[in-house]
Design a protein around this ligand. Structure first.
Ligand SMILES: *[C@@H]1O[C@H](CO)[C@@H](O)[C@H](O)[C@H]1NC(C)=O
Length: 508
């Protein structure tokens, strides 16, 4: 049996770590707290910080588009925040993807690109997309770091995990997430899943789910909720349909906790930047057949369902899996540790500043195309040669009014100058000018984050919801394109030039 120290016991250990002269730089991390509680981490994943006080190894690996080389990102100091500056240097003037999220537990339970399952990912071989390395910037105690921004189609997995819970064995897990980045599709998960990428039946998963899906269970209000993905069901409590005690989440940072053992499990949650954990469910397994006992298989997934359902979106900053059923006291100490890490938002944009309300033009920088501007003809987005003597109609078609980002106020939206209420948006990765229908999906698809131009000129403008994708012209039409990929418009050739635009004063 595991020992169950009191809350004060776990606290005392944290204080002992902090006050030990030889470990001054090594304040206890979440996994030190789980270990002292008798429920050690069997996997610890984070692109933002070390999760053990003494950890100095690699947190994650990035690959850059310019030459396909990789580099590992480590903490600035033992137990510290990721060295985001080394990533920025390595990824300057090109694109970067997160290729590996290393396991800090020493067991080698790393997360890599998820393969095809019952459902195919977007890559040509059915694998999932990798996440952009720059989609989720934050600060921890004032130091910049990057989370893992999961767009629909993005996923990571490890099907050969050492030490994870199988069958009905007890385990715990937590993840720190972006409470404002979610959707209702299946399934933005982190946790225990099938080892063969298929749905092998009820009880074959035990993972944190975050989002506002109502296909299976739901909580109070309209979501998003922390629920448990136990396979063939997202559970908010014992009742498979609804637990009014599982609240809608409103905080920017969220600590989500799930734990499960023989005929018991719990959902807990908190604001990841302040306060303490609340218990949203604590009790028996669902009475539906297959969930008691459980048939956990022990793989670990991030951003997808156990059968590689790839529709979910969300942002992951850190998370762990444990062996044994952690005590509430241990989890409470972990929440204190997360709050002390001081997660905070930071700018999503860089380069030339855009002024909300101003009219702008976007001039191409690709050699031989640099007299053309991003424009539209009705709903279709194209490029046009525009000059001071062009018609008023053409000038308006090539002018955009800058608005605060409809889907995220840290970025921008571009309203059509000649069709008020219509915005530049992407749909199936094609740019369109469509009327704002007020839906969450439209607003997100119409939100763009400018950064310094990839080719050194002007700005490159990434899609907020798909940060691997930038506004690009290709054969005179507009897309959001990745630097290499399955679509013709994703061609790596000429990418930096085609995805860099000089922002100028609007023609109209
Ligand atoms: C990077 O790798 C991809 C896939 O193997 C390949 O298509 C592309 O040409 C490579 N890019 C460079 C710059 O080597």
């Amino acid at each position: 049996m595991s020992s169950r120290p009191s809350f004060d016991g776990a606290r005392a250990l944290a204080v002992a770590f902090l006050s030990s002269a030889s470990l001054v730089a090594a304040a206890a991390g979440p996994c030190d707290l789980y270990a002292s509680g008798g429920t050690p981490c069997i996997a610890a994943h984070s692109t933002t910080r070390a999760l053990y006080g003494a950890f100095t190894g690699s947190l994650y690996q990035v690959k850059r588009g310019s030459d396909n080389t990789t580099t590992n990102i480590a903490p600035l100091a033992a137990g510290g925040v990721a060295n985001a500056g080394s990533q920025d240097q390595f990824c300057a003037s090109t694109t970067c993807l997160i290729t590996i999220i290393y396991d800090q537990s020493g067991r080698g339970n790393h997360l890599t690109q998820a393969p095809k399952g019952a459902f195919s990912g977007p890559e040509s071989n059915g694998a999932d997309n990798l996440a952009s390395a720059i989609g989720a910037p934050v600060t921890l105690n004032g130091q910049k770091a990057y989370g893992v921004f999961v767009s629909p189609g993005t996923g990571y997995r490890n099907n050969a995990v050492k030490g994870s819970a199988t069958g009905d064995a007890p385990e715990g897990m937590y993840a720190v997430l972006d409470g404002t980045h979610y959707n209702g599709a299946c399934c933005f998960d982190y946790g225990n899943a099938e080892t063969n990428n298929l749905d092998t039946g009820n009880g074959h998963m035990e993972a944190i789910y975050y989002g506002d899906s109502t296909t299976w269970g739901s909580g109070a209000g309209s979501g998003p909720w922390i629920m448990a993905d136990l396979e063939n069901g997202l559970f908010s409590g014992a009742n498979p349909k609804n637990n009014a005690g599982d609240p809608s989440i409103t905080s920017r940072f969220v600590t989500a906790v799930i734990k499960g053992g023989p005929n018991k499990w719990a959902i807990r949650g908190a604001n990841g930047a302040s306060g303490s954990l609340s218990t949203y469910y604590n009790g028996a397994r669902p009475t539906v057949a297959g969930y008691n006992p459980m048939s956990k298989e022990g793989a670990i997934i991030l951003g997808i369902g156990g059968d590689n359902s790839v529709g979910g979106q969300g942002t992951f900053y850190e998370g762990v899996m444990t062996t044994g059923y952690p005590s509430d006291a241990t989890e409470n100490a972990v929440q204190d540790n997360i709050v002390a890490a001081k997660y905070a938002t930071t700018s999503l944009t860089s380069g030339s500043a855009l002024s909300v309300g101003s009219s702008i033009s976007l001039r191409l920088t690709t050699p031989n195309f640099d007299t053309r501007y991003l424009a539209h003809t009705a709903a279709a987005v194209n490029t046009q040669v525009v000059t001071s003597s062009s018609s008023t109609a053409l000038k308006q078609q090539a002018s955009w009014t800058v608005r605060a980002g409809l889907g995220n106020g840290g970025c921008f939206s571009f309203e059509s100058k000649d069709t008020a209420g219509s915005f530049l948006r992407h749909n199936n990765f094609e740019l369109k000018v469509n009327a704002n229908d007020g839906s969450k999906g439209f607003k997100e698809d119409a939100t763009f984050c400018p950064q310094m131009g990839l080719n050194g000129q002007g700005s490159s403008i990434r899609a907020w919801g798909y940060p691997t994708r930038f506004i690009r012209h290709y054969i005179n039409a507009g897309y959001i394109a990745s630097n290499g990929g399955v679509h013709a418009f994703d061609a790596a050739s000429s990418f930096n030039n085609d995805a860099s635009f000089v922002v100028g004063t609007g023609f109209a």
